[in-house]
Design a protein around this ligand. Structure first.
Ligand code: ADP
Length: 216
């Protein structure tokens, strides 16, 4: 099975959900750049103070900052069972830097899983999204609500809405995605690493298709 994997797809395509399940089922390390950046911002670290404004506005954090953060998160995982990168790389510059790190260490990517999702679906998904402030489990107000309103089923933590999950900021994130990140589909296709999974309303179907694609 492929086990050094990138998940690529627009905001709201379900990358985080798939990555969390791959981690649970196969013991791979789920590494989400957005999660780590938000944590830095919440903890008000030096990096956090610099990235906060980009996060709030739905703009990309400058490449150098992201690369420094992600290098520290990724390199210790290279000898583990496997990893799934979620939200990184997001620009051509980041993708080339990542290829360089991995190729130098003789551990190139096995696959890039592209979650293909029409824009009409994304808006509903993101604006209905709620995240546990404690453990990060993701819910949706309509399609995947918690059993007790406002509380996480896993740990009882409080469910919150991400600051950038409002419609205005989301539109910006979708524009940024189209301009900066979507071109990576062609970049990885040219490397012969791209596998495509189409999204569906049932997350289980998408997950099974993803596992099948990674097994081929
Ligand atoms: P989504 O995929 O739903 O937009 P993420 O959690 O992946 O959410 O990212 C949230 C925000 O974090 C982005 O809008 C951006 O500001 C920042 N970010 C995350 N990953 C990167 C990255 N690789 N490069 C630049 N900025 C990033």
């Amino acid at each position: 099975m492929k086990r050094r994997v990138i998940l690529l797809g627009p905001p709201g395509s379900g990358k985080g959900t798939i990555a969390a399940r791959l981690q649970a089922d196969f013991g791979w390390k789920h590494i989400s750049s957005g999660y780590h950046l938000r944590r830095e911002a919440e903890a008000k670290t030096a990096v956090g103070e610099r990235v906060k404004v980009f996060l709030e506005n739905g703009e990309l954090v400058p490449d150098e900052l992201v690369l420094e953060l992600m290098e520290g998160r990724l390199l210790p995982e290279l000898d583990s069972q496997g990893f799934i990168l979620d939200g990184f790389p997001r620009t051509r510059y980041q993708a080339e830097a990542l290829d360089q790190w991995l190729n130098r260490l003789g551990k190139p990517l096995d696959a890039v899983l592209f979650i293909n999702c029409p824009e009409s679906v994304l808006l509903d998904r993101i604006t209905g999204r709620r995240v546990c402030a404690n453990c990060g489990t993701v819910y949706h107000m309509r399609s995947n609500p918690p059993s007790v309103s406002g509380r996480c089923d896993v740990c009882g933590g409080e469910l919150t809405q991400r600051e950038d999950d409002t419609e205005i900021v989301l539109r910006k994130r979708l524009d940024v995605y189209a301009r900066e990140t979507e071109p990576l589909v062609a970049y990885y296709r040219a490397q012969g690493k791209l596998v495509v999974v189409n999204t569906a309303s049932d997350p289980e179907i998408v997950y099974r298709a993803a596992v099948k694609a990674l097994n081929e």
